[in-house]
Design a protein around this ligand. Structure first.
Ligand SMILES: [Zn+2]
Ligand SMILES: [Zn+2]
Length: 328
């Protein structure tokens, strides 16, 4: 009995090892200097599920490595994307809701270690809305013991843990090496200001990321003609809209039919959903992703994908190509 349990344990360990290796596969090819690549690191919302980690979008263009939001698991997904954590040049925050920033301490504090997966050389650069400086100061205070200990004990360089924060207003907030990031004010709700989406332009190509917003005419305007449009989506069944809790959540987000209207106006080469807010109760099932597509089709007939963690795209002059799938 003892032996068979032991064998079972060995077998289980090996199964785990095999499945881990198979799932991660070999790292993707490095990004060429003129390539414009976008990777969905996390496509989820606050729900703590394994399939969809918190919001995070990696944009690699013109030799720059930019990260939009840093939700739960962003650090792990960055590694799965074949990057050292220290390779991130700058983090851009759409807004300060916890599901978009809860991964920051991990990326910031793991990223300056000397291990080969980290190795940030230079400060942690953050572009965020009003309140970001206070948040980063608070994190420095919270992790003060760890930071001081690693400087004293491991001789880590204080400059590599320093956070350099730029609090931005709408407009162009980053313009380096031909890569331009524009902050677009969106509408996440009266009490949830400020909130932004971002458009990243490089060499006549672009990606626009909605962040959290209800239907935003300003986003529609600024995203016009963008190649790749990554947009959040929310839906519940009619019966749940009676409940004030669901009503409030839904009022902060964009429904599939509304997103379709926006996609039809913007005419991206590809529209992709991320940040899924599809809520249910034990008695009333959540809206499915297939139903989200069907609802969107009432107002939009162009190219559309349900985003998945680690789904990646290459934006070329004439097309947006989905890169080979990598299972989280
Ligand atoms: Zn939010
Ligand atoms: Zn959110």
């Amino acid at each position: 009995m003892k032996i068979s349990r032991w064998l079972l344990a060995v077998f289980a360990t090996q199964m785990f090892w095999v499945s881990t290796v198979t799932a991660q596969g070999s790292p993707p090819k490095p990004v060429a200097q003129d390539e414009f690549r976008v990777t969905l690191l996390g496509t989820g919302s606050p729900a703590p599920v394994m399939r969809r980690f918190g919001p995070g979008v990696l944009v690699q263009a013109g030799g720059k490595t930019l990260l939009i939001d840093c939700g739960r698991g962003t650090t792990q997904r960055l590694m799965q994307s074949g990057l050292r954590l220290g390779q991130v040049d700058a983090l851009f925050l759409t807004h300060l809701h916890s599901d978009h920033i809860v991964g920051i301490p991990d990326l910031w504090l793991t990223g300056w270690l000397e291990a080969n997966y980290a190795q940030r050389k230079g400060p942690f650069v953050v572009y965020g809305p009003a309140g970001t400086q206070g948040m980063m100061d608070g994190l420095a205070k919270a992790y003060d013991w760890d930071i001081k200990a690693r400087i004293a004990d491991q001789d880590l360089k204080p400059d590599n843990i320093r956070a350099v924060v730029s609090e931005f207003k709408p407009g162009v907030i980053y313009d380096q090496g031909g890569v331009k990031v524009t902050a677009i004010e969106v509408d996440h709700g009266e009490l949830l200001k400020p909130a932004f989406g971002f458009r990243v332009d490089y060499a006549g190509r672009s990606v626009t990321i909605s962040g959290d917003t209800r239907f935003s005419p300003n986003l529609m305007d600024k995203a016009m003609g963008t190649d790749l449009l990554i947009h959040q989506v929310a839906a519940v069944r009619e019966a749940l809209l009676e409940s004030p809790v669901f009503k409030v959540i839904l009022s902060h987000h964009t429904r599939p039919e509304e997103a379709g209207t926006l996609f039809s106006a913007v005419k991206p080469k590809l529209a992709v959903y991320y940040h899924f807010v599809l809520l249910g109760t034990p008695g009333i099932s959540a809206v499915t992703e297939q139903e989200v597509v069907e609802m969107t089709r009432k107002t939009y007939s162009g190219p559309l994908l349900i985003g998945e963690d680690l789904m990646a795209f290459r934006i070329d002059k004439d097309q947006v190509r989905q890169l080979p799938a990598r299972t989280p």
